[in-house]
Design a protein around this ligand. Structure first.
Ligand SMILES: *Cc1c(COP(=O)(O)O)cnc(C)c1O
Length: 371
């Protein structure tokens, strides 16, 4: 194709955005290295999903995807509301948490607004905020990788509009103390919007998960969840937000109508209603595997950061460089995530897979770090 030379004339903020770095895919790595097996532990997916009733519901949805998803929206919203002890007016849906994050940025941010994010954290917060013309202030996490909430509070100015929190945080898997987080939201959420991304909250150990229902009713708080990770449904793109009814109705006004596909809506409702037992059983399996991986990685000389999620953030032994190690692993058929792009060149992020996948990784990893 002959490229045109006229100016594209895009919004000026587009130039400041960096492309989303998606994990490598199995197919691309298979082809590039001429391999016959690839294990993907780079995108925090759940290899055990989707679960039984979700699968059945997805098959049933195929009969009706000629129609727009109307009642399914209402049914899934009502199911989510009930499970979370909220009203249907407190819930809205999106095409994955990513789509919810983007729409929330469009809802709240104007040119000149300041937003606070942690360093490191999920990259999308930065890009969607910049696209809206906001200025980013990054607040480094503490030495134990928890959010420095005091520093965040001190950095609030009269321009600060929004604070993006991620608990457990990505890429570290670390949570903040429940009481500390609740009290931060309670104090700050009167003056400044807080978005709490709980993409991995179902993996948090009992008692450590923030209690958000009361806070949601009274604070400038938006909580975001997804079916992609815990429920193993990343491919059908369903996420949601919880907030005060007025926020939800504004969100629904500006979001694309029918942006969640009918297959995803069927699956999400079925999995919430009927797969919880299976999901909890698999969660325990993932957490057991995580403990096993942590102790083996420690023995191999890694420094493993305590995780509250389905992935591990760990420092490589012997000052090894993560991009090199990840490239070498990829050539051997294992995808994990290098963390240089997050400012942590000595760290890797490893998704917990099935036992045989984890063993495959550990085996290749031993080869790579010994050479
Ligand atoms: C994976 C992830 C998301 C996006 O999830 P989708 O629902 O698949 O768009 C959002 N936030 C965090 C922290 C994530 O890790």
């Amino acid at each position: 194709m002959k490229e045109s030379v006229v100016s594209l004339n895009l919004r000026k903020q587009v130039d400041d955005c960096k492309p989303y770095i998606a994990g490598e895919t199995e197919a691309s790595v298979l082809k590039r290295y001429g391999l016959n097996k690839v294990v993907k532990l780079g995108s925090n997916e759940n290899p055990f999903g989707p679960y039984k009733h979700a699968k059945k519901a997805m098959q049933e949805s195929l009969e009706v995807v000629n129609r727009y998803p109307e009642d399914d929206y209402v049914e899934l919203t009502a199911t989510i509301a009930k499970i979370n002890n909220l009203d249907v007016t407190n819930i809205a849906l999106g095409s994955g948490a990513g789509n919810v994050i983007e729409t929330v940025a469009r809802l709240l941010l104007d040119e000149g607004d300041e937003v606070l994010i942690a360093k490191p954290t999920y990259r999308l917060y930065r890009e969607v905020s910049i696209l809206m013309g906001a200025t980013i202030r990054e607040i480094p996490v503490k030495s134990d990788f928890t959010y420095d909430l005091e520093a965040m509070e001190e950095d609030i100015t009269d321009k600060t509009k929004l604070i993006w929190l991620c608990n457990p945080n990505n890429p570290t898997g670390v949570i903040n103390d429940r009481k500390e987080l609740e009290s931060f939201i309670d104090r700050v959420g009167d003056d400044v919007w807080i978005v709490l991304d709980e993409a991995y909250a179902d993996f948090i150990a009992g008692g450590q998960r923030p209690e958000i229902v009361e806070l949601l009713k009274n604070k400038k708080l938006i909580v975001i969840r997804t079916f992609s990770k815990f429920y193993g449904m990343a491919g059908v793109r369903v996420g949601y937000l919880m907030a005060q009814a007025a926020v939800i109705s504004a969100f629904d006004t500006i979001t694309e109508p029918f942006c969640v596909n009918r297959t995803g809506l069927f699956a999400a409702k079925a999995t919430l209603l009927a797969d919880q037992e299976q999901a909890d059983r698999i969660k325990n399996l993932i957490l057991d595997e995580r403990a096993r991986m942590e102790s083996i990685l420690n023995e191999m000389g890694f420094t493993v950061i305590p995780s509250s999620s389905n992935f591990i953030f760990a420092k490589l032994p012997n000052d090894l460089y993560s991009a090199t190690i990840c490239e070498q692993l990829m050539a051997k058929g294992v995808i994990i995530r290098e963390c240089d792009a997050w400012g942590y060149p000595a760290y890797v992020r490893i998704t917990i897979g099935k036992k045989e996948e984890n063993d495959f990784l550990l085996n290749k990893l031993a080869d790579v770090i010994e050479n």
